[in-house]
Design a protein around this ligand. Sequence first.
Ligand SMILES: *Cc1c(COP(=O)(O)O)cnc(C)c1O
Length: 330
Amino acid sequence: MTRSKLSLATLPTPLWRHERLDALAGTEVWVKRDDLTASGAAGNKIRKLEYLAAEALDQSASVLVTCGGQQSNHARATALVAAELGLKSVLLLRTPDPRAPPPAVGNLLLDYLAGAEVRFITPAQYRERDALMAEVARELRERGERPYVIPEGGSNGLGSLGYVDCMAEVRAQLDAGLGGGPRAFDAVVHACGSGGTAAGTALGARAHGIAAVTHAVAVCDDRAYFETVVARITAETVALAPNLDPSARPCIHDAWKGPAYGLPSDDQTAFIVEVARNTGLLVDPVYTGKALFGLTRLEPKPKRVLFLHTGGIPGLLAQAEAFAPYLRNR
Ligand SMILES: *Cc1c(COP(=O)(O)O)cnc(C)c1O
């Protein structure tokens, strides 16, 4: 079966290694630089959107509808992809109190620049996000629009194919002598927020011999939650690509999610600063900083690791307060 797929991301993304990152991690780390998949739409979501937006165009959609936190990387990537494709976008963004809208910084600034229609919703409304998006879609249809609804994080079977493809991309790089050559890694490590990257990466890593184990570091919820979510997405993905092995699953960790979603622990904040100052690599306090921190704490420690850098830099730029102790000359 051939599925539509757009070419939106700048691919392949580099495999990058730094001796001082190895030293900080205590192991050999190859970073798959999916923070470089694009300009504004950079990060992991664009790989999912290559499939999702293709389906939207196939259905002659006029507007993409999606949801996320107020600093959602996924919502921002969706808004910018919509702008690139000449579509509108409506974003339902969770914020503690919609009557006091958050400042237009980081991802939210980019949402507005992309011309998205931003609607703030409460955490309680967010829990009913799928019903709410269906309602918004009905309202848009009444106005003569053709909405295409994308679930949280772009995480469904179709979106996950983007990370199956990412693992095929890594296999081609290894076979070409990059990333230390053709042999598999001992593990893949990445952040997990809505489960699509975890499902696709585990399926793709199995299919393309990237590593026997993939570690998904949860940044919210817990392991039981993600096991359910990833099982559902895996089933959807395998239904679309029956050649994949449905038993391929990530190892989900919930020990490094920090005090709350979006909030790093003091150790994690210090680690993010350490990585930046020693290697020039930016990781973010919501996703990649927690995942890379988790990598350094894995027991037993894998000897050669592929770390998926899934992006998130606009969110970092909205978090000056988390880094307050470091915002001065050394
Ligand atoms: C969304 C996101 C993730 C998590 O990916 P999911 O597929 O939603 O689990 C990881 N890192 C960054 C920077 C993200 O924006």
